[in-house]
Design a protein around this ligand. Structure first.
Ligand code: HAM
Length: 411
């Protein structure tokens, strides 16, 4: 599965002109503090950081960190290796482990794998075009479809430019001031330190208050509105479906304008961790790390989560059950059972026939494994023409006239 996912990623990304970049697993702590943002959960709580001692007495130690994400590392490499000097748009992907101090659970690990990509370059290379956002999103939709991921949902938002955001944050602060006292502890703290993160709160009792807060869409300037409209128009043109979610701000500080997340439906094997991948546009990250202006957009797929999803969906598909299992009560009913199966199969239903020598319990077990319903065919049923149908999902047993049986099994 891991190989298939990675081979598909490599194949799809190559068609969109991406090349692979390999960055170090650990970097200086400062890179993430500056790149990801001191106030984010990742930097404030989740990094594995240690003080490295120098090689000689005279060397000062250095603070190093296992990478919690790879956008900062890619942008650092972009600056350090002079990729900006080429003047060309850079399309770079990576596959590798990331590390965050988490409470491990299904779909959430301390060491996990990401497949990610970044598109960046000087503005004149087209790196800040809405076309790039839509291209990246369309590529992700193609990737998930080629892998056969079912039911994915793309949530999309614009968090505005670096000018829009402070205006919105000020409005949020103002709206939160009178209500924050009655919100959860996290919200109270975030209302002070990072009001945008209040929008991420999952506490049920806070939801009504959060829904009533100002929406970022009302604070976008004309250029940001135009950018977002162009992203949506290009996605529409490509037939990529999305849902605009005004509360999607995401937990990293570097985002500007387009942000997005792909999720899978409940029951796809991830429990509550249903975000398969996330990303967005950034502007100012390169400058923050000491480089030239280089707007960009990128994403990271949680590879562990993607694989859990594919495994769960494959299992579900294998569990595609037959419409009915016919259980003859006694060998004397076998021929009648086969005739009933013939009738139902000709009516287009998928049917398995048991064996009259089976005890009822054995028929039940076999039927439950193979089919959605079991049809009991005993002496009474043959005589009366009224059959007993057991529906396993509903846990019900009903009597159905033979003439209505095919219809009842189709439901
Ligand atoms: P992120 O949302 O922090 O974004 O992570 C992206 C994806 O990595 C998540 O949607 C999730 O699937 C997976 N993930 C995160 N934490 C864990 C974990 N502890 N265990 C398993 N999977 C996890 C970023 O990392 C950004 N660098 C994405 C990006 C690239 N934005 C712009 N460019």
């Amino acid at each position: 599965m891991w190989n298939r996912v990675e081979a598909t990623a490599r194949g799809v990304f190559a068609r969109y002109g991406f090349g692979e970049i390999r960055t170090p697993i650990f970097e200086t702590t400062e890179l993430f503090a500056r790149g990801v943002g001191e106030e984010t959960d990742i930097v404030s709580k989740e990094m594995y950081t240690w003080e490295d001692r120098g090689r000689a007495e005279s060397d000062k130690g250095q603070s190093l960190t296992l990478r919690p994400e790879n956008t900062a590392g890619v942008v650092r490499a972009y600056i350090e290796h002079g990729l900006a000097d080429t003047g060309m748009l850079q399309k770079l992907f990576y596959i590798g482990p990331q590390f965050r101090r988490e409470r491990p659970q299904r779909g959430r690990y301390r060491q996990f794998w990401q497949i990610g990509a970044e598109v960046l370059g000087p503005a004149w290379s087209g790196s800040d075009s809405a076309l790039r956002d839509a291209e990246v999103l369309e590529m992700l939709a193609t990737f998930l479809d080629e892998l056969g991921v079912k039911g994915w949902r793309l949530a999309l938002n614009s968090v505005g430019s670096s000018e829009d955001r402070p205006r919105y944050v000020a409005a949020l602060r103002e709206a939160l001031a009178p209500v924050k006292g009655s919100m959860c502890e996290n919200c109270q703290r975030r209302a002070e330190t990072n009001p945008l993160r209040v929008l991420d709160c999952k506490e049920p009792q806070d939801q009504a208050r959060i829904d009533a807060l100002p929406k970022i869409a009302d604070y976008l300037d004309e250029a940001s509105q135009e950018h977002f409209a162009q992203v949506k128009a290009a996605l529409d043109a490509c037939g990529v479906s999305y849902v605009v979610e005004p509360r999607l701000v995401r937990g990293l500080d570097y985002y500007t304008r387009t942000t997005f997340e792909f999720t899978v439906p409940d029951g796809s094997g991830l429990g509550t961790q249903n975000a398969l991948l996330g990303g967005g546009r950034y502007d100012g990250l390169s400058e923050m790390l000491g480089g030239p202006k280089a707007p960009g957009i990128g994403f990271a797929i949680g590879e562990d989560r993607l694989i859990l999803t594919l495994q769960a969906q494959a299992k579900e598909a294998a569990e595609d059950k037959l419409d009915a299992f016919i259980a003859p009560m006694g060998v004397a009913r076998n021929a009648e059972a086969l005739k009933l199966a013939q009738e139902l199969r000709r009516a287009g239903l998928s049917v398995e026939v048991g064996e009259g020598a089976f005890r009822l319990k054995k028929s039940f077990e076999a039927a439950d494994k193979l089919a959605r319903r079991m049809v009991i065919l005993g002496e009474d049923e043959v005589a009366s023409g009224i059959l007993t149908v057991k529906d396993f999902a509903a846990g019900e047993q009903t009597k159905v006239p033979r003439s209505e049986l095919a219809e009842a099994l189709r439901r």
